[in-house]
Design a binder for this molecule. Structure first.
Ligand SMILES: [Zn+2]
Length: 147
């Protein structure tokens, strides 16, 4: 995270040094002049680094915003709420199939729950293929609406 207070303080310090340089008269010691110029360059270098960091942070934030917009568009156009669950929409925009995993949806994954038949016919449960959350033995299946 860019420290904006420090960045602005660095700019203020650089401006102060520049003003001091402008106010110099000819009797000013050359060594002191060079020291002031070096201090000015160091301040400007620090500010430059902070601006580069800020640009990178802004770029990352822009990518996150783009992803969030895509997720929002997907949720609005490809998901349908029905009862306590959320489903993938079929081409007609209706819920179809098993619900998606609510846990994974929060992370931007839209995965339909599947049957786990590993415990035999009496122990079939619905689970998420990714996070393995168990949603029990009964799960509402959304049938496409009849035309
Ligand atoms: Zn999941």
């Amino acid at each position: 995270m860019v420290d904006w207070v420090a960045a602005l303080s660095g700019v203020s310090t650089a401006l102060t040094i520049a003003k001091d340089l402008r106010a110099l008269d000819k009797s000013f010691d050359e060594a002191a002049l060079k020291a002031q110029v070096v201090a000015l360059m160091e301040q400007l270098t620090d500010v430059r680094i902070q601006i580069i960091d800020a640009r990178e942070e802004a770029s990352i934030r822009d990518q996150e915003i783009t992803q969030l917009k895509a997720d929002l568009t997907f949720r609005q156009t490809k998901l349908v709420d029905r009862g306590a669950y959320r489903y993938l929409a079929n081409p007609d925009g209706n819920a179809e199939g098993y619900p998606i995993c609510p846990q994974c949806e929060r992370k931007g994954l839209f995965l339909q729950l599947v049957q786990d038949r590993s415990k035999g016919a009496g122990g079939v449960v619905y689970v998420c293929p990714a996070c393995k959350s168990n949603y029990g033995q009964r799960l509402p299946y959304a049938k496409p609406l009849e035309a």
